[in-house]
Design a protein around this ligand. Structure first.
Ligand SMILES: Nc1nc2c(c(=O)[nH]1)N[C@H]1C(S)=C(S)[C@@H](COP(=O)(O)OP(=O)(O)OC[C@H]3O[C@@H](n4cnc5c(=O)[nH]c(N)nc54)[C@H](O)[C@@H]3O)O[C@H]1N2
Ligand SMILES: Nc1nc2c(c(=O)[nH]1)N[C@H]1C(S)=C(S)[C@@H](COP(=O)(O)OP(=O)(O)OC[C@H]3O[C@@H](n4cnc5c(=O)[nH]c(N)nc54)[C@H](O)[C@@H]3O)O[C@H]1N2
Ligand code: SF4
Ligand SMILES: [Mo]
Length: 872
């Protein structure tokens, strides 16, 4: 690659630019790394040839240098010599050789596997390396105990699988003119390829005047930059969406053609909630022309009734659309306003603006296809969906889009795939009765029903879900009650920090960690979790390793290469080498190679499949993934860095054309029925506590239990990240710290001034924050940019004391405040509640333990100054 004129060196030193891919968050923006002639990486910029991020990076992208050269990095395998484990125990690491470390770990894992493979709790969370993520399947283990699944997308991914047969979603910035962001920084500060997407969104606004509306309890970056910010009470977004649906249905602002032709909205539903079928299993609709029932494929869609009540073969049936109308009857803007605090006239206005902007009836010609043109999309993610009734909540957001026909259509809400693997890979397939086949299991198949459970987190009872990691703690506290007849004793953790990421009080997680016989952690730097390890298997970082993927790309497709900027700085290994070496020693190499083949799609080109008995490096696997995508060898990628192109319109727009989408999700009626029966047959003791009502074929206005906590908990505690931080781990990076700790938003517990006044608090006051489940401390910062009912806690305030010297502690971890019970878990998907009710108590000084050691608040005195308020 020639030295480019468009990217700027920051030193006079000569060198070369190496194209590669970022991994400072889970996404994959194209980079150019400048390496001096003496082999030092001294600049990272965006790769302008990559049409995804168009030469742009977010602040985390540039700061990968500081992680590469972090003096605290793990430099060789190490074993613990302090047998005592605890948050304040120094492991007293002693270096050991790779052979010694790998032999030891393989031995310990095999010991437990011989006894009972379920006793291993693995946590592998590298989204860029699904081949490594799935390693535990090689020894038949589905006991994954970490967070990636449920804290962020527990309900989101399965519902995307139902509606789009895809992993994620975003609005189509190519054509969208009215972009709603509900509880996400997508296009501004987080979610999909933040650096790329903010580029696409900014472009759409500058070039086409796209309007943005952000629904958030907090004046986030997205809210601050939008044309309109609608502050909302936390955990009420479903009610807002149902309010919009009410208005659109009442005012006839719907794409009836789309609903009749492209969804199952006209299918007749029997009183038991299932579709009305004939003896051959074919579903009925109502023919408005003849006034009689017809089979769905017998008549033209224009004749299908959407509304009314009809008798078919003696049963009274309603079209699915009518069933939704019945639910919406109660979701008036006034009622939804009471729940959400959003004024009723705002709900009405947004419904009208959104449906007007959708240009129902308009079409556009793209690539020889005439497509519906719906330039309005209701986009949402973690903040909006991460709640108890997650399945219904996600479904409600889809409904806003479905009503105006803006699903997978130019300008609307689009399905984004996890990793496309090969160019013509088609994510869609036909299901029964003309409907698209639902694909809720986007991360692979789930363990079947079993009692006693075969998984420690009870995944056996979430047939539509992702593993619910917080339930590990619940089961750990009462294994007999849950019928668990094994006791996990080994943790294998790679690229994951469960002691930071999981909800529930830290001291209980510590107890859980203490109950383990053996803990292996593979990371690059010390974290909350590495402190508990018996052995550290240090891995290469992203500037010294190989990979090939593009994760959840909005608007583009193709593969991005990661290649080394420098040789490994220390005696570390790639994650692939670590699990391959372990597999060989454990006698499961062939099984692992086959897992890689399945997960990477290598069977699609059998000549690429990993062969039994052979070991493959990160570089060899990367090369195969490149060949799988477009037949180009590694050298081709090394020169260009990527094979990224704008997403092919036939894959981006209505890839399911000709099939019907799931407006009504019948599985939500049949699956719980089946589960209940199995639970009864097996006499599962906790079945009476199981929330079968969470399963609903259409979203309802049921309240999440967080709203029913005792009244003294008078505020909603909520967390957030930002463009410059990821979960917390980036705070060990000096460049990131430098910008984060200057910003009052990231060092204070944020309150609205009216709320502060009511509570007798002002900026700088030290408070104790209690939820019904846990406690943290902090200093108050006051800003208008916060909903009066909420307390905002940045992820930067959630580090607990870690061995990485650069990270100050901040008064406790937000996740301590969150519940980890069945009441606050979506029984459909395992999605846990991610906000909580809290109460504040003013303190005169920090409590004793916090006085020792530096807190975040002492680093920056800003908040103590009179009149200083937090703002963006
Ligand atoms: N309070 C709060 N809790 C949250 C969230 C939040 O925003 N706030 N977010 C939730 C969400 S959405 C998620 S997805 C989870 C995330 O939870 P985790 O997946 O645990 O996320 P990270 O903290 O990024 O942990 C990744 C670990 O990988 C290490 N690492 C980084 N690069 C490499 C590498 O190249 N090789 C190896 N081997 N290791 C590496 C990092 O040092 C870090 O310890 O947390 C969830 N929990
Ligand atoms: N910069 C950056 N980008 C990332 C990541 C990262 O760590 N850093 N991580 C990646 C991962 S794993 C994920 S899961 C995605 C998540 O990306 P996002 O969905 O954007 O996730 P968050 O920033 O956690 O939450 C979005 C917003 O929800 C708000 N919020 C909290 N509770 C509520 C609520 O009840 N209702 C509403 N409406 N809003 C609420 C918060 O204030 C926050 O601004 O981002 C990905 N991209
Ligand atoms: S958005 Fe993620 S992948 Fe892109 S530059 Fe930022 S940290 Fe890197
Ligand atoms: Mo996430």
């Amino acid at each position: 690659m020639a030295t480019g004129a468009r990217y700027v060196q920051n030193s006079l030193k000569g060198g070369k630019w190496i194209p590669s891919t970022c991994k400072m968050c889970l996404h994959t923006c194209g980079t150019l790394m400048h390496v001096t002639d003496d082999g030092v990486v001294n600049k990272i910029e965006g790769n302008p040839t990559n049409p995804s991020n168009n030469g742009k990076l977010c602040p985390k992208g540039n700061s990968a240098i500081m992680r590469h050269y972090d003096p605290k990095r793990f430099k060789q395998p190490m074993k613990r010599t302090n047998p005592k484990k605890g948050p304040n125990e120094d492991p007293m690491w002693e270096p050991i050789s790779w052979d010694e470390a790998l032999d030891w770990v393989a031995d310990e894992l095999n010991k437990t596997i011989a006894d009972d493979p379920r006793k291993i709790l693995p946590s592998l969370e590298d989204f860029q390396k699904m081949n490594v993520w799935n390693w535990p399947l090689a020894f038949g283990n589905q006991n994954s105990f970490q967070s990636g699944g449920t804290m962020c997308g527990g309900a989101y991914h399965p519902v995307n699988g139902y509606i789009h047969a895809a992993f994620a979603v975003t609005n189509d910035a190519n054509y969208c003119k009215y972009w709603i962001n509900d509880g996400t920084g997508d296009g501004f500060s987080s979610h999909l390829h933040a650096a790329a997407q903010s580029n696409w969104v900014a472009d759409a606004r500058v070039k086409r005047g796209m309007r943005c509306v952000t629904i958030e309890p907090r004046l986030s970056i997205s809210a601050a930059k939008s044309e309109e910010w609608i502050p909302i009470r936390p955990a009420t977004d479903r009610h807002f969406a149902l309010g919009l649906c009410h208005v659109m249905v009442k005012e006839g602002r719907c794409d009836y053609e789309f609903l009749r032709k492209d969804t199952n909205a006209p299918y007749l539903v029997a009183p038991d909630g299932t579709f009305k079928r004939n003896a051959d299993g074919k579903i009925y609709v109502w023919d408005t022309q003849t006034g009689s029932p017809a089979l769905w494929d017998e008549i033209d869609h224009t004749r299908m009734a959407l509304e009314g009540t009809y008798t078919v073969e003696g049963t009274e049936c309603k079209p699915a659309f009518q069933k939704f109308m019945d639910i919406l009857e109660d979701c008036t803007p006034e009622k939804m306003s009471e729940v959400t605090t959003v004024p009723a006239d705002t709900i009405v206005r947004i419904a009208r603006e959104f449906s007007d902007a959708a240009e129902i009836g308009a079409t556009i010609d793209i690539d020889g296809r005439t497509l519906p043109f719906r330039p309005a999309g209701y986009n949402y993610y973690r903040g909006a969906q991460g709640h108890k009734h997650g399945f219904q909540t996600n479904h409600a957001f889809k409904m806003v889009n479905m009503l105006v026909g803006s699903i997978d259509t130019p300008g609307g809400l689009m399905g984004a795939t996890l990793d496309d693997q090969w160019v013509d890979n088609n994510r869609v397939s036909a299901g029964e009765n003309g409907m698209m086949e639902p694909k809720p299991h986007q991360l692979g198949p789930l363990p079947p029903f079993a009692y006693p459970p075969t998984t420690f987190h009870l995944l056996n009872y979430f047939p539509v879900g992702l593993h619910p990691p917080h339930l590990n703690l619940l089961v750990h506290e009462n294994p007999e009650y849950f019928g668990v007849d094994f006791k996990p004793d080994v943790m294998f953790i790679l690229h994951s920090n469960p002691l930071w990421a999981m909800q529930g009080p830290r001291d209980k997680w510590f107890e859980f960690m203490e109950s383990m016989r053996f803990i292996v952690v593979s990371d690059i730097i010390p974290t909350e979790t590495t402190r508990w390890a018996d052995v550290i298997l240090p891995s290469h970082d992203a500037l010294e390793s190989w990979n090939m993927t593009m994760i959840e790309p909005p608007h583009t497709e193709g593969m991005c290469l990661r290649q080394p900027a420098t040789d490994p700085l220390y005696d570390t290994k790639s994650e692939e080498d670590i699990v391959t070496e372990l597999s060989e020693r454990m006698g499961i190499l062939d099984q692992y190679n086959e897992i890689v083949n399945i997960v990477s799609g290598f069977h699609h080109k059998p000549e690429l499949a990993l062969q039994p008995g052979k070991k493959y490096s990160d570089k060899e696997i990367a090369e195969r993934k490149g060949l799988l995508w477009n037949d180009q060898p590694l050298e081709w990628y090394q020169e260009r860095g990527h094979a990224v192109t704008p997403r092919r319109p036939d894959k981006w727009y209505r890839p399911w054309d000709g099939l019907r989408l799931h407006f009504y999700i019948e599985d939500m009626v049949t699956i719980p029925r089946d589960l209940k029966q199995k639970m009864e047959e097996a006499d599962v003791p906790f079945r009476h506590e199981w929330h079968f009502d969470d399963y609903q074929p259409l979203p309802t206005a049921v309240l999440d239990p967080v709203h029913e906590e005792p009244p003294e908990y008078d505020l909603y505690g909520m967390f957030f990240k930002d463009i410059q931080i990821n979960f917390g781990e980036s705070l060990s990076n000096p460049w990131i710290k430098d910008i984060v700790y200057r910003d009052p938003v990231h060092i204070a517990l944020i309150l609205n001034p009216k709320t502060a006044e009511k509570q007798g608090l002002e900026s700088g006051d030290i408070v104790q924050v209690d939820s019904p489940y846990g406690r943290i401390y902090g200093r108050i910062g006051v800003t208008e940019g916060m909903h009066p009912d909420a307390l905002g806690v940045s992820n930067s305030l959630s580090r607990i004391k870690v061995t990485h010297g650069g990270v100050p502690h901040a008064g406790g971890h937000f996740n301590d405040l969150l519940p980890y019970d069945l009441r606050n878990t979506d029984a459909v998907t395992g999605q846990p509640e991610t906000v909580c009710k809290v109460k504040l108590t003013k303190l005169d000084d920090w409590p004793e333990p916090l006085k020792q050691g530096k807190t975040v608040y002492e680093l920056v005195d800003e908040l103590k100054r009179p009149g200083k308020t937090g703002s963006h």
